[in-house]
Design a protein around this ligand. Structure first.
Ligand SMILES: Nc1ncnc2c1ncn2[C@@H]1O[C@H](COP(=O)(O)OP(=O)(O)OP(=O)(O)O)[C@@H](O)[C@H]1O
Ligand SMILES: [Mg+2]
Length: 397
């Protein structure tokens, strides 16, 4: 168990319903596309890794896992990495063919066959020897043109290699942190990246399914439901929420046991009452708790001490989200007011606390909603994440 990294498939706790529901759709005759949404650290990637693990056992399924955020950058490297991920997922299915040399040439010819079956030009492969003879890597060679406008064509071509593989296999392309694809917009040729992606979804082979995933829930939903691109009609949304009490206690206990502290269901239950069924928060508390200490004190320390994990995490989230929103210091002032309120406030209430006009606040509140920092409640607006709210409360005064 490692905090921050997706849980390994054999260590993941619960999430059977989520995993099943994704698998069921992917294995159905209708080739569904799935959008997995869920706030930061709720366990999306852990679920996807489990799905990947189960599907990889099926000989006919080629499963590509690609983290868009980790690979985002200049289009040439992005497209080359994506192509490498597609080729390598395919190579995994080719099985063993005796000696290394035979295997390398079988791989080369299988990929060449795939490419020529769809008359794909400008994409080739290169097999690089590794440190030991059994080990070599498959790298795509893409002929990029000088002009940026040509990126669109290559973007389409990379996905058409997946269509070519799908002639004989089921292909599943998992794109984690999908919303980051919007960063490619700044390159000429990729300005209309969502239209391009919609084209890819529409033209995909019937054996190809996409699973896209993202922690910026509001943004992802906006991307998907954007009137022009209307990607949502092509996706089924699966929203990942908190874990239930039983499994939260299990997770907390497993972590305590891994630290050599045995199990303590009383403390585990108290931890659940403090932070809810959010796996990352539970792990942080299980990591910081010391025997004989009150878990409530561990919680406050984590939120207030300069090295406290929940404090560092909250500061990171706030810095990132406030930077993503438009509005400067006013955004923080609104958050501060809402952090102190129970259950949230309407425009009039926020305005009164800030000595501002309610109408002035509208654009700021809407920016904070876009970043998922705020949600609309019955009584107005509130800070969505209870840890961020607690952090603000404890550190403002
Ligand atoms: N079901 C689970 N069982 C055990 N550990 C879990 C589970 N779900 C999440 N975790 C742990 O919680 C943390 C966050 O999980 P994960 O990376 O899967 O979430 P995420 O939603 O993909 O997060 P991010 O927004 O950072 O991409 C990790 O440390 C992971 O090991
Ligand atoms: Mg993730």
């Amino acid at each position: 168990m490692q905090i921050g990294k997706p849980a390994p498939p054999d260590e993941i706790i619960d999430r059977d319903n989520e995993v099943e529901s994704i698998l069921k759709r992917l294995q159905s005759k209708i080739s569904y596309n799935i959008a997995v949404t869920g706030h930061r650290r709720i366990g999306k990637s852990s679920i996807l890794h489990k799905v990947l693990h189960i599907l990889s056992r099926d000989e006919k399924s080629v499963v590509v896992y690609f983290d868009v955020q980790k690979n985002i950058g200049e289009p040439r490297t992005f497209l080359t990495s994506l192509q490498a991920a597609i080729f390598n997922a395919f190579v995994k299915k080719l099985g063993r063919f005796g000696k290394t040399k035979a295997r390398a040439s079988k791989i080369a010819s299988s990929i060449t066959d795939v490419l020529s079956s769809k008359r794909i030009k400008g994409i080739g492969i290169q097999i690089n020897p590794g440190a030991i003879p059994e080990d070599f890597s498959v790298m795509p060679r893409i002929e990029f043109e000088q002009k940026e406008a040509a990126y669109a064509k290559i973007f389409e071509m990379v996905f058409s290699t997946a269509n070519a593989i799908a002639e004989k296999n089921r292909v599943i392309i998992i794109l984690d942190e999908f919303q980051e694809i919007m960063q490619l917009k700044r390159y000429r040729g990729l300005k209309n990246i969502l239209d391009l992606f919609r084209g890819i979804i529409q033209e995909r082979h019937k054996n190809v399914s996409f699973v896209i995933c993202g922690s910026r829930v509001h943004l992802l939903r906006t991307i998907l439901s954007d009137g022009r691109s209307s990607l949502f009609s092509h996706f089924v949304e699966l929203s990942v929420g908190e874990m239930d009490e039983k499994n939260s206690i299990l997770l907390f206990n497993e972590y305590l046991a891994a630290r050599g502290l045995g199990q303590n269901s009383k403390i585990a239950k108290e931890a659940f009452e403090l932070v809810g069924g959010q796996p990352y928060y539970l792990m942080v508390l299980a990591e910081a708790w010391e025997p004989k200490k009150q878990i409530a004190d561990t919680f406050v320390d984590s939120l207030t001490l300069s090295v406290g994990a929940l404090r560092l995490y909250s500061e990171y989230v706030l810095a990132e989200d406030v930077a993503a929103a438009q509005g400067g210091p006013m955004l923080r002032s609104i958050l501060a007011v809402l952090a102190r309120s129970e259950g949230g406030l309407g425009y009039a209430g926020i305005a009164r606390s800030l000595g501002a006009q309610a109408s002035e606040l509208v654009p700021y509140v809407s920016e904070l909603i876009k970043t998922d920092l705020l949600i609309k409640t019955k009584s107005g607006y509130a800070i969505r994440d209870r840890i961020i709210r607690q952090y603000l409360r404890l550190n403002l005064d």
